[in-house]
Write a new protein. Structure first.
Length: 882
RNA sequence: GGGCGAUUAGCUCAAUGGCUAGAGCACCUCGUUUACACCGAGGGGGUUAUAGGUUCGAGUCCUAUAUCGCCCACCA
């Protein structure tokens, strides 16, 4: 017999097992002969840091489904990759060179900075890959992609060229979100709004040739330098006489007029709004409609421009302070009021956003030739993509319905540059830099103007990361001719965090539908955020970060996996604490010890794939197999429904509460090694997607396996073993009932001992008239049963369940009054239940309306209650006699 | 302002409209029955946020209300 340690040595074995899976080629779908396929192109994490718990959670879910499908005989591709993560990586790398070398990206220059960033990403990717492997994800690393890999990138760039030709991208001047620190434009979703205590300033604008003023309210007085109008609502009676009048803009001494616009809220501020078309999105729209001049008074470094006169060169906050002081001195500041208002900050670096007018590339989301809005909505509503949780569908539909043009150009250095070249007034859009004189032959994209002499110069802008990553499902698979694309697209599953709903998920649907004409995935599954035990987001600044690698080191990957997906609903946030991981580590140990018992119980013990009814010798055999087959059925259904949590819960209950707590205990008394081996075999298979390491280890030991050695029979590797099918022929409710009766009898004795403080180890003498599971009850309830002899029933109390009874001679130590009270309390409860259920059956509406199974269950229940009632009433009689 | 979600045991969370609402952790009592003290036996703990409604039947569906959270939005 082998010596097996008390705990699974996860520290040593997890990495070894992973390496042998890899060496065995089990992650590579090319090694599967199956014609059924399953594909999940894994979301590429940003290649600039390390794995956090959110990644670990996502990967676990992806791997659970991947392993489940593989065990169901499918050719499974989990395709890993990394994202270059434009702005974020640039921010991270700039910080790094600042800290380590005291330099900025400008000291390196664009080309050098790009090269170093690339090397940095490669380095981080290597590190992150090692972390991903520790979580146990069964991804095919031979196919790993990076968003900047030439072949992958080429496909994404082709999409841009196609969009250009279809009139779905344009370069235009619009007001955009500008991050002064990152020095780039941002899309709307990259801006975070949050409330902040601020001030509202009421400023008097003198009316020309009058001593009157019009008072405007603003939170950003510095923008007044660029005011080109004041607007009021045409319905606002207070200002009727002012419309069309001329005001003198303080500090600038410029004449501006009062205009009327319905978009002005009469309730807010004073009802009169200063209009700065160059620095506010609404003002920009109003300015366009009223043909107002756009004066840029704030530059891209968030400083006042020359137009700002004496304030030129000051940063906006300094300028604000000075302007307020100057206005006060001029007597033009009516008042200041405290106010909480929304401020906009950069998602990546948290710097305040400046709205600026800028020439940028935009996606036209509602073009004439193709409407991203309409097509994506149609796709979502078509039901071709299932969304978990379902209510996220509504959120998606709502977001897409209100979509505005998407700014995709960034002024950062890190990322793919636009495939656009200029020569004088000429514009060329194509994958390769134009050569020679006539670029129009490659793509008919030039403007009508004549080519001028000179070099072609590439557009300096880089792409919004999400433009390329939103194409990931088909770029990573090699659209349109790649073997993987043809085999696996549309993919089956996409799993991502709910925080990426708009950034990524919505846009994958948009671009996937546009480029491939299909949904990029059939199922879209959202995970919630992983929060700390106090419900706070993990963040470096809060210092509450939990490194998944440390957790794995301490508790094992299997335990971490379980704790990240147990008790979790899709899209719902979850809290993770060390205690939680610890409790799942305990479960892994339990699983291990069940195995350990099996190993030691019999020298001939082995896993058993198939049994027949003849192999079931005893009640407990029939019961455990019945429970097992029901569990297989339920777990399989939950997996099909993508309900991981319930699948795991069902499995855990069976494993711990049924198998370990009862069957294994009984097995010590009446051995049936074959059944034990059968149950363990199926448990291992069902647990495998959740806890791949410990289950594979047990399976290998049992099969004397040498996993990973070439030529080893694949059937002896758990990760490619077949997922069990529920054998309905073993399911029989009678066994369940009968066994429960036995359990109840044992529990009753344990209860009695506990409530009378009888040493649990003390063997009670009991008597029995007929047949009973003598050995089991004696061992598990710690009693000694004398069968079939005459004994004086009158002096004993009867411990009985509907099917079994024992007589116990402890009348002296039993508190009869208390027992009576308990029994009567129970009788009252049972009578109540019988009454309630009988009432249901008497109700014609219930009988007419409820399904037959429910009515049947109700009837069975009544019989059960009545049986128990009978037993209790007998007990009361007995107690009364004693 | 709009939308979404949450509210269930001390804590963290489950529960396809149908069995006496369940787990884990924590708590109390007891236990060295050799698989497991990372365990076992027993126990306490609930007006399912509130108020109505639909239904034979509601934690679950509907309508309000309250509290908390998230997302979106051009209130300067």
């Amino acid at each position: 017999m082998r010596e097996i340690s008390k705990q699974f040595d996860f520290k040593k074995r997890e990495s070894e097992i992973y390496a042998s899976w890899e060496a065995g080629g089990f992650f590579n779908p090319d090694n599967s002969k199956s014609s059924k396929k399953y594909c999940n192109v894994l979301p590429p994490p940003n290649a600039n840091g390390e794995l956090h718990l959110g990644h670990a959670c996502g990967y676990t879910v992806m791997d659970i489904f991947g392993r489940y499908e593989r065990m169901n005989g499918k050719k499974v591709l989990l395709l890993p990759g990394k994202d270059h993560a434009g702005i974020q990586t640039q921010v991270v790398y700039e910080k790094k060179i600042k800290a380590e070398r005291g330099i900025s990206r400008h000291d390196l220059g664009r080309e050098k900075f790009y090269q170093e960033s690339y090397a940095f990403c490669t380095d981080r990717s290597n590190y992150m890959r090692s972390q991903e492997k520790k979580i146990g994800i069964s991804a095919d690393w031979s196919r790993e992609k990076f968003t900047l890999d030439p072949d992958t990138l080429k496909i994404a760039m082709e999409t841009f060229v196609k969009m250009y030709r279809d009139g779905l991208v344009y370069k235009g001047e619009r007001i955009i979100n500008w991050c002064p620190r990152c020095a780039t434009a941002l899309s709307d979703v990259e801006v975070i709004h949050h409330e902040k205590e601020g001030k509202m300033y009421y400023i008097k604008y003198p009316i020309k040739d009058s001593k009157e003023f019009l008072v405007v309210a603003t939170t950003r007085p510095e923008t007044m330098l660029g005011d080109t109008a004041v607007a009021v609502n045409p319905k606002d009676k207070r200002f009727l006489g002012f419309i069309g009048q001329t005001l003198i803009l303080p500090l600038q001494d410029r004449e501006i007029s009062v205009i009327a616009d319905r978009r002005i809220d009469m309730e807010f501020g004073t009802g009169a709004v200063k209009i700065t078309p160059a620095h506010d999105p609404l003002d920009w729209k109003i300015g366009k409609d009223h043909k107002l001049e756009e004066l840029q008074v704030i530059n891209e470094k968030a400083e006042i421009t020359e137009i700002g006169g004496k304030y030129a060169g000051m940063d906006v906050l300094a300028a604000r302070k000075q302007i307020v002081a100057d206005l006060a001195e001029l007597g033009l500041l009516e008042k200041e009021e405290a106010l909480t208002n929304n401020i906009s900050i950069c998602e990546r670096c948290k710097t305040a956003i400046e709205p600026l007018i800028s020439k940028q590339w935009f996606v036209n989301v509602d073009g004439e030739k193709y409407s991203f809005k309409k097509e994506t909505l149609a796709l979502i509503k078509s039901g071709k993509v299932d969304i978990y949780p379902e209510n996220f569908k509504k959120i998606l539909i709502n977001w897409i319905s209100n979509l505005e043009d998407w700014c995709i150009s960034r002024q950062i250095w890190w990322g793919p540059q636009f495939p656009v070249w200029y020569r004088g007034e000429e514009v060329y859009v194509g994958l390769e830099a134009p050569k020679g004189k006539n670029p129009a032959s490659a793509a008919k994209a030039s403007t009508d103007k004549k080519a001028t002499a000179g070099e072609w110069i590439q557009d300096e802008n880089t792409f919004d990361t999400w433009f390329s990553s939103s194409q990931w499902p088909y770029t990573a698979l090699g659209y349109p001719k790649g073997k993987d694309y043809r085999n696996f697209y549309p993919t089956d599953m996409m799993i991502t965090g709910r925080d990426l709903l708009f950034f990524w998920a919505a846009r994958m649907l948009m671009l996937g539908a546009y480029r491939t004409g299909q949904t990029p995935f059939k199922h879209l599954y959202f995970t919630g955020l992983v929060l700390d035990k106090d419900g706070q987001k993990f963040s470096k600044s809060k210092g509450n970060g939990v490194d998944p690698m440390e957790t794995i080191e301490k508790f094992g990957a299997d335990a971490l996996r379980l704790s990240l997906v147990m008790d979790i609903a899709p899209g719902q946030d979850t809290r993770l604490s060390e205690e939680k991981v610890e409790s799942f580590r305990n479960f892994v140990t339990k699983l291990w010890n069940i195995f350990r018992y099996c190993e030691q119980s019999d020298a001939n013990f082995g896993l058993v794939e198939k049994i027949s009814k003849k192999d079931l010798k005893t009640l407990s055999d029939r019961w455990i197999v019945c429970e097992l087959e029901e569990t297989v059925g339920k777990v399989t259904q939950f997996m099909k429904d993508k309900n991981i949590s319930l699948a795991q819960d069902t499995l855990r209950k069976f494993t711990w509460d049924s198998f370990a707590a009862w069957y294994v205990e009984i097995h010590k008394i009446e051995k049936n090694t074959k059944v034990l081996g059968y149950v363990l075999d199926r448990i291992l298979k069902m647990w495998h997607p959740f806890t791949p390491f410990v289950t594979e280890e047990i399976y290998q030991i049992m099969n004397k396996g040498t996993l990973g050695v070439l030529g080893h029979p694949v059937s002896k590797v758990l990760m490619v073993a077949a997922w069990p099918k529920s054998e309905k022929k073993f399911v029989d409710r009678e066994f369940k009932k009968d066994f429960r009766d036995l359990v109840n009898l044992i529990t009753m004795i344990r209860n009695l001992k506990s409530s009378y403080r009888i040493d649990p180890a003390q063997i009670l003498e009991v008597y029995c008239e007929g047949k009973i599971e003598k050995d089991i009850i004696e061992k598990l309830a710690r009693v000694s049963i004398t069968q079939g002899v005459a004994f004086n029933k009158r002096k004993m109390i009867k411990l009985s369940t509907p099917r079994r009874a024992l007589f116990l001679d402890i009348a002296k130590s039993v508190d009869i009054a208390k027992e009576l009270e308990n029994a009567q309390k129970e009788i009252a409860e049972l009578e109540g239940l019988v009454g309630k259920n009988e009432g249901m059956l008497k109700n014609k509406n219930f009988v007419a309306g409820a399904p037959a199974t429910v009515i049947e269950a109700t009837k069975t229940r009544i019989v059960e209650y009545k049986n128990r009632l009978k037993v209790k009433k007998e007990l009361v009689k007995d107690l009364g006699r004693l």
